[in-house]
Design a protein around this ligand. Structure first.
Ligand code: GDP
Ligand code: IMO
Ligand code: MG
Length: 427
């Protein structure tokens, strides 16, 4: 099963993957890098994971980082050591694809430099875009070659030669970056080696043995490079289909896709966001929901649930059911709104405009619902949830023609209500 963010990221994928991981055997990341920040509460302790799949917090689960992920060696090893310091040993159960591309110092420099240009994307500055750029330009470095000290310098030189005009334009020094990359390789390669494997073989063998493999998406569908709000997107395929190329599985091997949506929307970075709330309401929800980026600490932009966006996400993701998170955060909001269309030049659009210039100017058409109150965080049964909250979820589910199988009402695993016990994954 693929767990995919159905909005602009930070939907609570980490929490849902952690919830489901107890039933899974392998948890696989397939795209993105340490731009992701998945916060999980495990045994009352908070973990912000960036590259390592959330399921590894359970001692018998295997974590796999697939070929579609881009890996920053220092960040990866820091995360491994952090988990080790918490008593979580990953020896023999965390695997890094030899085909994954390495985020190098020039990627970090270029990412930061591009962000100071006239149309910033608001990236996480983790070098993700420039690393995928080198990959597509066929001058990137895969882990298999990073580990080979005889091979790496010539590949690095090729990448730096291609990027030299831009590096110099951005005020960087090719020589300094070369030195940093070589030093990094000497420091990290041996430590990385212990985790490296042919992860395609691992995943395929698991599927053959009918083990339950959970694919953990990063970011969200609206940030997909091909299908999102381009150019305000990330540089990988965040849709569920990304799991195929990013982990080496075929579409026929994916049995199920679950989309994760918040009960409202957040977005970090720039780009159109039609349902963004006025600050008076947004600021309150940001504090209540602790809506600050797990990777950068930036305040998240807050908006009403956008069903035009979500409907498109469901179709593009092949999403069969949804997990809705943070319903508890909407408690005590007087009146709830959901967007069911966009007004543009006097017409109501039911579909997502493809031009970002149009998307930036549309006005949302809302449907309003009465609010609800109460401490949902302590409720464990659907029937305990206030009637107006249930009506809100049920209306959304009907409108989207997609079951909301899980409803999350708090950060901890226990604060999860299973509404569709018939699903074979949720039993
Ligand atoms: P991800 O990137 O999709 O994994 O999401 P993040 O971890 O970046 O952001 C989601 C935040 O909401 C995290 O701090 C979670 O601990 C928290 N969270 C997840 N589900 C719930 C929920 O149902 N209620 C509340 N109050 N917090 C939640
Ligand atoms: P998780 O997995 C939310 C956003 C950035 C920026 C755009 C491009 O925690 O949901 P990048 O650094 O990827 O080149 O930035 O994408 N972004 C995220 N927003 N959650 C994330 O990950 C994100 N990863 C990247 O804010 O707008
Ligand atoms: Mg996040």
């Amino acid at each position: 099963m693929v767990i995919v963010g159905a909005q602009w990221g930070d939907e609570g994928k980490g929490k849902i993957v952690h919830f489901l991981s107890e039933r899974a055997q392998d948890i696989v990341r397939y795209q993105g890098g340490n731009n992701a920040g998945h916060t999980v509460i495990h045994k009352k302790e908070k973990f912000a994971l960036h590259l390592i799949p959330a399921g590894v917090l359970f001692p018998t689960k295997r974590g796999i980082i697939g070929n579609g992920v881009v890996v920053e060696p220092r960040g990866f090893l820091e995360e491994v050591n952090f988990l080790k310091s918490k008593g979580i040993s990953l020896k023999g159960r965390l695997f890094l694809s030899l085909g994954a591309h390495v985020v190098l110092p020039h990627h970090l420099l270029l990412d930061a430099a591009h962000e100071s240009e006239s149309r910033p994307i608001g990236t996480t500055k983790k070098g993700i875009g420039p690393c995928y750029t080198d990959k597509a330009a066929r001058c990137g470095v895969q882990l298999v070659d990073y580990l080979n000290k005889d091979m790496f310098p010539s590949l690095l030189d090729q990448a730096l030669k291609r990027n030299a005009p831009e590096i110099e334009y951005c005020g960087g020094s090719v020589e300094t970056l070369r030195k940093q990359s070589l030093e990094g390789q000497r420091e990290f390669a041996e430590q990385l080696k212990a985790f490296c494997a042919d992860t395609v073989d691992l995943v395929q063998t698991s599927l053959q043995k009918k083990r339950w493999v959970l694919f953990e998406g990063a970011q969200g569908i609206a940030l997909d490079l091909d299908l999102g709000t381009y150019p305000f997107v990330t540089s990988s395929n965040t849709v569920a289909g990304g799991a195929c190329a990013g982990a080496g599985v075929g579409p026929t091997q994916i049995e199920d896709v679950m989309g994760v949506t918040k009960a409202y929307v957040t977005r970090i970075g720039t780009g159109p966001f039609p349902t963004e709330m006025p600050t008076s309401v947004g600021d309150e929800l940001r504090e209540k929901g602790q809506e600050y980026g797990a990777t950068t600490g930036r305040p998240r932009r807050i908006g009403w649930l956008d069903l035009v966006q979500l409907k498109r996400g469901i179709r593009m993701g092949g999403i069969k059911h949804l997990a809705m998170t943070k319903l508890d955060t909407l408690s005590d909001v007087d009146s709830l709104k959901v967007c069911v269309g966009y007004q543009y030049k006097g017409k109501t659009l039911k579909e997502y405009p493809l031009s970002f210039a149009v998307f930036e100017t549309v006005e949302p058409v809302y449907r309003e619902f009465p609010g609800f109150s109460g401490d949902l965080g302590v409720m464990r049964k659907w029937t305990q949830i206030p009637l107006n909250a249930r009506k809100y979820v049920e209306w959304v589910e009907k409108y989207l023609e997609t079951p909301i199988s899980l409803v999350s009402v708090g950060r901890e695993r226990e604060a999860t209500i299973v509404r569709d016990a018939a699903s074979r994954w949720l039993n």
